[in-house]
Ligand binder design. Structure first.
Ligand code: ZN
Length: 480
């Protein structure tokens, strides 16, 4: 079955046909870096991580671009959130942006997300943004007033085609000064005149100022993926005005279609309530990782289709983590038995079940990346595998290897939910293997009642930030 994607542009499931056979250009809106990333970010970027992993597993060569917004994202009040934090912490805006950009990458790494191929920053692409704004002015889609430049929504008959709406309903939030200088209330800023107190500012043909928020994505997508590319991803919360404005800017400036498939991730609530600082229910990724393993967070979030709303609660998390443990335990047992199994194909009746599960998994992922169905398939496989492994009959090494490979290909490489599994390889995989080795040595010491040695291994690991936790089903570890 060919891959099908629910395209928000057109609102229907469509066959995925890339622009260039075998290649996928993908742009995903990145974070605005003025705060610690939270589990809403986790849901968004785990979803696209799995999209990229599945595309690559399917044989596509993917170029994955995800920007960092470090300038230009103004709140409805007209204030720059990065500048607000800079003032509060008595530091420079670029210092704030750098700090939280690092924190974002650290959190994404800890969640097991493979890094984008390119993470361009808005502040590093001001000339590209100015050039695109100049093009829009030349083509009659933008106008200059008082050192600011606005996109003329009336000049674009397609404006609103992604979200099916216009800006009127947000008009209340626009500052009076801005409202008065715009031709239409729907028009949005491409370039803003910098007030004297605004620290981040660049020279431009219209005087000193800074880019509007939406233009960065249009300019950087074009630079790295071309005027037209395959997939644009983001969160549903940014559908309007951000994504809508991206399309308007890009298609008017380039006179070519922008992204061909739009994928938007559903919103996240915590116990039924939208996360917000004022309510105090914001759960940062770092805080979540202190309570839960990254694999279980990924597993939990993929239990709901990426486009659907998602509710985070401890009860739902506990239920999901039981499902995760069933799969993880089956894999652990398979690998343990591989150490002592005799070569051969004893128990090979399971292989047809394994093949069916792999095919069902692929069909689910090809159906708009339907991870919940893919996970249900793995749960079905796990029931059969457990019956076989716990049945007492001999299982040949070849059969165990086939079972292990099936989990690695699916739960490991695609969903990223196997413990100690890193599809990207490299340091993470090596570190995990070394920790697992020490855990095995400690288990051996405990088996021979060498408590001093067991404690020594635990304490030495703790000194380098690796915390062990003994559970009924074995020892797990996490990095503190
Ligand atoms: Zn964007």
């Amino acid at each position: 079955m060919a891959l099908r994607i629910y395209n928000v542009l057109g609102r229907e499931k469509q066959d995925f046909v890339p622009l260039v056979e075998g290649r996928v250009g993908m742009y995903v809106c990145g974070p605005t870096v003025y705060d610690e990333p939270h589990i809403g970010h986790a849901k968004n970027y785990v979803a696209f991580d799995v999209v990229v992993r599945w595309l690559r597993k399917s044989g596509y060569k993917v170029l994955y671009v995800q920007n960092i917004t470090d300038v230009g994202h103004l709140r409805d009040s007209g204030e720059d959130p990065i500048q607000i934090v800079a003032r509060r912490t008595q530091s420079g805006p670029m210092q704030v942006a750098e700090y939280y950009a690092r924190s974002f990458f650290d959190s994404m790494d800890a969640l097991g997300n493979i890094r984008p191929d390119i993470s361009p920053r808005a502040s590093g692409h001001v000339p590209e943004q100015i050039k695109m704004i100049e093009t829009l002015i030349e083509k009659g889609h933008a106008y200059v007033v008082n050192g600011s430049v606005y996109f003329d929504v009336a000049s674009d008959p397609d404006y609103g085609k992604l979200s099916n709406r216009r800006l009127e309903e947000q008009e209340e939030n626009v500052r009076v000064a801005e409202r008065s200088e715009k031709r239409n209330p729907e028009d949005f800023a491409l370039w803003k005149y910098a007030e004297p107190e605004h620290i981040l500012r660049w020279d431009s043909p219209w005087g000193e100022g800074f880019p509007g928020w939406h233009i960065e994505c249009s300019a950087m997508a074009k630079k790295y993926l071309g005027a037209t590319f395959d997939i644009h991803g983001g969160g549903i919360d940014n559908l309007f005005p951000h994504n809508e404005s991206e399309i308007a800017q890009s298609e008017c400036a380039n006179e070519a279609p922008f992204a061909r498939y739009w994928m938007l991730v559903g919103s996240l609530t915590v116990e039924g309530v939208k996360m917000s600082k004022s309510i105090g229910n914001t759960l940062t990724i770092q805080a979540a990782l202190k309570r839960y393993r990254p694999e279980t967070i990924r597993y939990f979030m993929q239990g709901v289709h990426y486009a659907s709303p998602f509710d985070f609660s401890d009860e739902a998390f506990e239920a999901a983590s039981k499902g995760w443990e069933r799969i993880a335990n089956a894999v652990r047992l398979t690998r343990k038995m591989m150490n002592s199994a005799a070569p051969g194909d004893d128990g090979s009746a399971i292989l047809s079940v394994v093949e069916t599960a792999k095919a069902d998994f692929a069909a689910a992922m090809d159906d708009d990346f339907n991870a919940p169905i893919a996970i249900a398939t793995l749960q079905g496989l796990t029931r059969e595998v457990n019956t076989l492994l716990n049945g007492g009959a001999a299982v040949g090494l070849d059969v165990l290897k086939a079972i292990d490979a099936a989990y690695t290909d699916t739960a490991g490489d695609v969903l990223g939910v196997l413990p100690g599994h890193d599809a990207a390889g490299g340091d993470g995989a090596r570190e995990a293997a070394l920790v697992e080795l020490l855990i095995a040595m400690r288990a051996q010491a405990r088996a021979s009642r060498n408590w001093a040695e067991s404690d020594r291994i635990r304490d030495e690991l703790a000194k380098v930030g690796v915390v062990l936790e003994d559970r009924a089903d074995g020892t797990v570890w996490k990095v503190n």
